[in-house]
Design a protein around this ligand. Structure first.
Ligand code: SAT
Ligand code: MN
Length: 576
């Protein structure tokens, strides 16, 4: 038994004073017992076993339905290391403040010790952690989202190194809710929330905020990206990693169903949210998905938008904050049939407003995905041919463009902007800079992060090409101009062909944009004007955009890499 792990667990038990301590093994029996307990306490509701075998509904506290960025802290010794992209607190003060809330917080409850591995157990790219929590809901979710239990514990005992996570639901009062990160100690402390990224500490807290810090130290990348394989009718597969902010359709893209008019194309999902990349022995950037399941947005999921996701959540799934039909089936906005009887809070549905919470989620094992990649568990990961950056932009950003080179691509990622969504508490639909979709997740100063990205160029000559996509352009009437979903494959086909030097493009001041004839549009219903707008670069609007990016870089003062500044000036110069 690992002595430091043991003494840490004892120390936490002395602080939080649980009735008992349970070390999670990850076994089926343990999982069934926890589910039975939660059915008794009302933490879980059993869904209709005829239509949804082994599915459950959890209703979170109505004030606890999303990540809370304003209560999320990065606590580094030096304030500048956290950067203007994070909310900083002095580590000593942070420990003091949050430990006061942990004091006796598990009284009357069981304390669960969850050893977990982010990434395949056998992969050298994987990293381990231990989450201590008093929430059985967290345990059953962590069992789906990570490799949890005995096998992870063995790896931890062998390696001796692990990320510590301490979580207690506390009293769920938003006034006493904090998500704190101590990257220098590889430590996470979270209190007062039982929801998603606030509580399943393996996900954003470990695999992004702490891991991004570790990755910089160790020379790799921890990114908020999906990973997918695109197989052409000729049988050639390219793997693509794509960064999009939360609730911008990453899960749908990662599980894309090719349109009928593109026979022979196949998509394989490696991951839908987080991507760890290292330069492999072959010089290629290789990626693993550190997660083992999906914590996906439910509303909008149906047979037309994402058949693979729809099919996989018909069994063995935990739903959080969806509505219920009269016969106990889960229901959400975008469902093609059924009627909600109870809303996400369990109240009779009045017909007004959304029945399911807009950030309601499914938790499901990746193994249930019908197109789960056979290489998703490969210890060496998959080679990445292209990186996509994408946001939700009503205007300005064309459907797709390719960066000129790596440095330009890093600028494209650094300058990313997107409209905010329901995945985090706060105003929805406002455009904000969301560098590489990492604004809420980078555990250190963005200036240093961009420098780390730029530094990869000197390490290999086989870096992927970088693209920017925008599926969310709207016309004057607020209608989406691009059909999206399966049709996005047409853009991915162009990207894959660019990687092989086979597709045409037109040079523009912001990079390479396909001309209409460079895209395979056979079978898609799109008028000429719409297509031209989607592929056009409005120089006036882009001048404003590059100015806004320049001002944004200013916020990071002397930590902005000179090379990135130069690149921004070069692009500004091209725009005239
Ligand atoms: O709540 S989570 O942070 O896990 C989901 C998301 O924001 O992508
Ligand atoms: Mn995410």
């Amino acid at each position: 038994m690992n002595a430091s792990l043991n003494s840490w667990v004892e120390e936490i038990a002395r602080l939080t004073k649980p009735d008992s301590v349970h070390w999670c093994t990850g076994s089926d029996a343990e999982n069934s017992r926890l589910i039975d307990e939660m059915l008794t306490t009302g933490d879980l509701i059993k869904l209709n076993p005829k239509t949804h075998p082994n599915c459950y509904l959890h209703r979170s506290h109505p004030s606890d339905v999303a990540r809370v960025e304003h209560l999320t802290f990065v606590c580094t010794r030096n304030r500048e290391d956290a950067g203007p992209n994070n909310i900083w607190m002095d580590p000593a003060e942070a420990h003091r403040k949050i430990d006061a809330l942990f004091e006796g917080s598990m009284r009357g409850r069981t304390m669960y010790v969850i050893p977990y591995c982010m990434g395949p157990i056998e992969s050298p790219y994987s990293r381990c952690g231990v989450e201590i929590t008093d929430s059985p809901y967290v345990v059953v979710n962590m069992r789906i989202m990570t490799r949890m239990g005995d096998a992870a514990l063995k790896r931890i005992e062998r390696e001796g190194k692990f990320v510590k996570g301490l979580h207690s639901i506390g009293d769920l009062d938003p006034e006493r809710r904090f998500i704190m990160h101590f990257p220098e100690e590889l430590f996470i402390k979270s209190v007062g929330s039982g929801y998603g990224g606030n509580a399943l500490l393996g996900k954003k807290c470990h695999a992004l905020r702490i891991a991004s810090w570790q990755a910089r130290d160790e020379g790799w990348l921890a990114e908020h990206m999906l990973i997918m394989g695109i197989q052409s009718p000729e049988g050639q597969t390219h793997y693509i990693a794509g960064a999009f902010p939360s609730a911008c359709g990453k899960t749908n893209l990662a599980m894309l169903v090719p349109p009928e008019s593109m026979p022979g194309w196949k998509i394989w999902t490696v991951g839908d949210d987080i991507c760890w990349m290292q330069i492999g022995k072959d010089g290629q950037l290789r990626a693993i998905n550190p997660e083992a399941g999906y914590f996906g947005v439910v509303p909008g999921t149906n047979r037309k938008t994402n058949k693979n996701a729809y099919d996989m959540i018909q069994r063995d799934t935990i739903f959080t904050n969806v509505a219920l039909t009269a016969d106990n089936q889960p229901w959400w906005e975008g469902m093609e049939s059924g009627t909600p009887a109870l809303d996400w809070q369990g109240k009779p549905y009045s017909g007004k407003g959304a029945a399911a919470h807009p950030n309601s989620r499914f938790t499901v094992s990746a193994k249930q995905n019908p197109i789960y990649s056979s290489l998703a568990e490969a210890p060496d990961g998959v080679p990445i041919s292209a990186i996509l950056f994408g946001g939700r932009r009503r205007e300005v950003a064309p459907l797709v463009y390719e960066a000129r080179n790596w440095t330009h691509g890093v600028l494209v990622g650094a300058g990313m902007a997107s409209e905010t969504t329901a995945a985090a508490v706060g105003q929805m639909g406002v455009v904000r800079r969301d560098s590489m979709a990492m604004k809420p997740f980078c555990g250190y100063n963005f200036g240093d992060y961009w420098q780390h990205w730029l530094s990869l160029e000197g390490k290999t000559s086989k870096l992927p090409r970088i693209f920017h996509v925008n599926w969310f352009r709207q016309d004057k009437n607020g209608k989406f101009m691009w059909p999206g979903f399966g049709e996005n494959l047409r853009v991915l086909q162009w990207i894959a062909n660019r990687c092989e030097g086979k597709a045409g493009a037109t040079e523009s001041p912001i990079g390479f944009v396909p001309a209409p004839e460079d895209l395979n549009l056979a079978g898609v219903d799109l008028d000429k004007d719409t297509l031209n707008t989607l592929l056009s670069v409005d120089v006036g609007a882009w001048r404003q955009e590059i100015d806004a990016i320049s001002k944004y870089l200013d916020e990071f003062k002397d930590r902005v890499p000179a090379k990135l500044r130069d690149e921004q000036r070069t692009v500004a110069g091209r725009l005239g």
